[in-house]
Design a protein around this ligand. Structure first.
Ligand code: LMR
Length: 402
């Protein structure tokens, strides 16, 4: 039966990361996959997580299934992290959450809920957006639309174009937004822009679907959900996909949550039941390990501040890398990369052409995504000069940065 199935090309992100791993060049630079790396190129386990894990090993007496909605400590912790301890939606019981296999599981479950509630809903995605948004949200059969977001000439958000496109959204549509640290461009909305967007959502009635995969990696844990909380205060329903891959370093543990702020408590309960039934049809029950660890970090008076300090240190390191990279690239190329300094999180689009990106790979073993997205956290004192000179070299024989 399988003769008809052809071998598919590799994933645009994971395939490149694998190609880099296989490259024998000792000078290779891997800026592909969005994972945090320290100065020595290692993706560390947070100390807070290590300690929670030691505690779990001591305490765990069974591997029996978690409840369908997941670990209770985790669910309550992630809801408060996203919405704030004093959220009136939380106090009113209008918020449901289901622990999911990573942020991807949350995006997929969110799409399932939208499809069940409103099969004709269209999902609006930013141009560009994370490569996996399209298959994750489109695979349930929802129609996808694009709104303009990043302007490659100014290296910033084209907010006028974004708002003009979203004027076309219908009240039954869903608009996918990046809560902070936009993937792939690192260009985030300002507070003023979030409030204009919230007013538009209120006027048109579309439902915001906010992907929060990098909370704590831009300006701070609370600051990074400013836009999300503004939306929650402005419209009756907001869907949130949360990931603990990056901000807890729990990548392989697949730890995330779908959180929905509903119009009232009865609807929140209905959504929770619908979500668990949808999950039962896809993967049945959530994996336990990562969520139990994050749950311990949320609730421990000792581990919680430790985790916050570790996350802040990562964020600080990425910000100083941004400043250093600007200096090195400007000096090596004679062009201006100052825009990198103002961006947030792990990513930046260098603005190189597809051909330049290809030459970086084949001539210098410098691996970045086809869109010219780099992972800032993959830069370190040992590779930054080589990276800058490689970029300069591919720019010399072509037109400079767009
Ligand atoms: C990325 O964008 O590189 C990360 O979010 C990892 C992934 O799964 O693509």
């Amino acid at each position: 039966m399988f003769e008809t199935l052809e071998e598919l090309p590799g994933d645009p992100i994971l395939g490149l990361a694998a190609a880099c791993k296989a490259d024998p060049n000792p000078n290779k630079v891997d800026l592909t996959l969005g994972v945090y790396m320290d100065e020595s190129g290692v993706t560390p386990v947070f100390d807070a997580i290590r300690q929670a894990q030691a505690q779990l090993v001591r305490e765990e007496s069974s591997k029996v299934y978690l409840p369908q909605v997941g670990d209770a400590e985790f669910n309550s912790g992630i809801r408060s992290l996203l919405l704030g301890e004093s959220s009136s939606a939380l106090a009113a019981g209008r918020v449901m959450s289901i622990q999911t296999p990573g942020g991807c599981g949350a995006l997929r479950l969110g799409a399932e809920l939208v499809k069940s509630a409103e099969p004709a809903a269209r999902v609006w995605l930013s141009t560009p957006s994370w490569a996996n948004h399209k298959p994750l949200l489109g695979s349930v059969g929802l129609e996808l639309q694009n709104y303009r977001y990043y302007d490659s000439d100014s290296h910033g958000v084209n907010f006028g174009a974004m708002m003009a496109d979203l004027e076309q959204a219908r009240s039954t549509d869903v608009v996918l937004l990046h809560g902070c640290c936009h993937n792939p461009c690192g260009a985030d909305l300002s507070r003023q822009q979030w409030s204009e967007l919230a007013a538009l959502a209120q006027r048109i009635g579309f439902t915001p679907f906010v992907d929060v995969a990098y909370q704590g990696m831009a300006d701070g844990i609370e600051e990074d959900v400013h836009g999300l909380r503004l939306l929650v205060d402005s419209v009756p329903e907001v869907i949130i996909a949360a990931s603990c891959s990056k901000n807890f370093g729990l990548y392989r543990e697949r730890t995330g949550a779908i959180v929905v702020v509903a119009a009232d408590a009865a609807r929140a309960r209905a959504l929770q039941s619908q979500g668990t039934v949808a999950a039962r049809c896809i993967y049945s029950m959530p994996p336990a390990h990562g969520a139990i660890l994050a749950g311990k970090v949320f609730s421990s008076e000792q581990l919680n501040p430790l985790w916050r300090r570790e996350l802040a240190a990562m964020c600080e390191r990425m910000n100083s890398l941004r400043a250093l990279l600007v200096e090195k690239l400007n000096a090596a190329t004679g062009a201006e990369f100052n825009f990198i300094r103002g961006e947030k999180g792990m990513f930046s689009l260098l603005g190189l052409s597809a051909e330049q990106v290809q030459r970086l790979r084949t001539e210098h073993s410098v691996y970045i995504l086809g869109s010219s997205r780099i992972n800032i956290a993959g830069i370190n004192p040992d590779n930054i000069d080589y990276l800058a000179s490689s970029v300069a070299s591919v720019m010399r024989s072509h037109n400079s940065v767009r």
